[in-house]
Design a protein around this ligand. Structure first.
Ligand SMILES: C[S@@+](CC[C@H](N)C(=O)[O-])C[C@H]1O[C@@H](n2cnc3c(N)ncnc32)[C@H](O)[C@@H]1O
Length: 399
């Protein structure tokens, strides 16, 4: 093997056996730092991968019940994703994986062999974009699933991914550059995603909408449209699953209906997802953020099927956490049309009241005929059909 590409440990993740690099290479003050390992492997991302297995299974069964099911994962590191998809997603799959790093390719190929998948998973030593374009020759038809799971921003890989993916294909994207997507690095956000942005209380959801908006604009340039199935934030990353549909008219409609701006009112500590700028309390002007995705982030039917599929996968180490997340997102998805999730501590600070108990606030809203539930973005976030002014009134009334 080149460099020090010596596998040091064998672990089991999901139903896959994996050689992983020696964790002693990467001991940081906060624990193991995956980026310091000879080859990237982050045990904390097992949750992300478990949910990916579930998402691909549901997509395959309900949205793409075809015989030739091809998957591309061009930033593969140890090869854990394609191997797990090959073993754990029902039915036959053919997978193409790759990495620019020779050590990663050695690990991934050894792992493919370890799991007896030489006929199913092919691993290439290529730049991700080169590999994506080469799928045209490697496979006899376009990949139906492309999984982009980089360290940092997915932006450099999205054009290639969207251009090669098959019609009605599933694009899965991880983004860990949250300082950019959430508005702390506004110059980088303009550079990488072409958006004007600033940090707001709802920045995690804004980050998802910025990423989706960027993907939508790239898709439109290829006469394609996107349809979000699942979008979530966890452990300092964003993960989204969108279906990519061919059609220039569809793309036009998507841009017209689903791309726009959010407006932040600093004095109100609130961002509004509306067509026209609001008039903010006081003399401050609303700050436009965008362009970003203004339509729904999740498909309720898809989420329900994910819940069913997760419930029968008892072997998943993160089954309970996935169920909790999906159940929260299901309720959120039903309330997305009413605007962004709401950070109750920010609302309480604007209203100059003390922080209420979240359960008590949810009951108050429901007693008044509104719908309301917790949001997955933080323990103090909710979604509700009540507008911001009403929430503020409830907070003042509870004094
Ligand atoms: C975050 S890791 C991938 C983790 C993996 N998907 C998993 O679930 O464990 C990112 C990988 O992308 C590889 N990489 C970085 N730039 C690349 C490029 N331009 N083309 C292909 N691979 C690249 C790195 O070598 C690294 O192994």
């Amino acid at each position: 093997m080149p460099r020090n590409c010596v596998a040091r440990a064998v672990i089991k993740e999901g139903k896959a056996l994996l050689y992983i690099p020696d964790p002693a290479q990467a001991i940081a003050p906060h624990g193991i730092e995956p980026a310091w390992l000879e080859v990237f492997y982050n045990p904390r991302m097992e949750f992300n991968r478990d949910l990916s297995v579930v998402a691909l299974s549901v997509y395959r069964e309900h949205l793409a019940p075809v015989k030739d099911f091809y998957v591309a994962e061009p930033l593969t590191a140890t090869g854990v994703r394609p191997i797990r998809y090959a073993i754990e997603v029902n039915g036959d799959l053919k997978l193409v994986a790759g990495d620019i790093d020779e050590c990663a390719v050695s690990f991934a190929r050894d792992n493919v062999r370890l799991n007896g998948l030489d006929e199913v998973v092919a691993v290439y030593h290529k730049d991700a974009r080169e590999l994506l374009f080469a799928t045209r020759w490697i496979l006899d038809r376009p990949p139906l699933v492309v999984d982009i799971d980089p360290f940092g921003s997915p932006a450099p890989y999205l054009d290639a991914a969207i251009s090669v993916i098959g019609n009605k294909g599933l694009l899965a994207v991880t983004a860990t550059d949250l300082a950019v997507l959430e508005g702390s690095k506004h110059r980088a956000a303009l550079r990488k995603y072409g958006v004007s942005i600033r940090k707001t209380p709802e920045s995690k959801e804004i980050g998802i909408r910025v990423l989706l908006g960027y993907i939508a604009r790239i898709a439109a340039s290829h006469d394609k449209a996107i349809y979000p199935l699942l979008s979530y934030y966890a452990d300092h990353y964003i993960r989204i699953y969108v279906q990519i549909m061919r059609g220039a008219r569809r793309a036009d409609r998507m841009l017209e209906e689903s791309l726009g701006y959010a407006y932040y009112c600093p004095s109100e500590k609130r961002t509004y997802l509306i067509r026209d700028p609001p008039s903010c309390t006081g003399y401050e002007s609303p700050v436009p953020i965008g362009p970003l995705w203004t339509s729904n982030l999740n498909d309720v039917n898809f989420i329900v099927k994910l819940i069913d599929e997760t419930s029968v996968r008892e072997y998943l180490n993160t089954q309970t956490r996935i169920m909790d997340l999906l159940n929260t997102i299901k309720c959120e998805a039903e309330l997305e049309e009413y605007g962004l999730h709401l950070r109750v501590e920010q609302a309480a600070s604007f209203a100059r009241t003390s922080m209420p108990r979240i359960e008590a606030l949810l009951s108050t809203l429901e007693d008044a005929g509104h719908r309301a539930c917790r949001s997955h973005y933080s323990p103090t976030s909710i979604r509700t059909s009540a507008d911001y002014k009403e929430v503020i009134r409830f907070l003042l009334a509870s004094l």
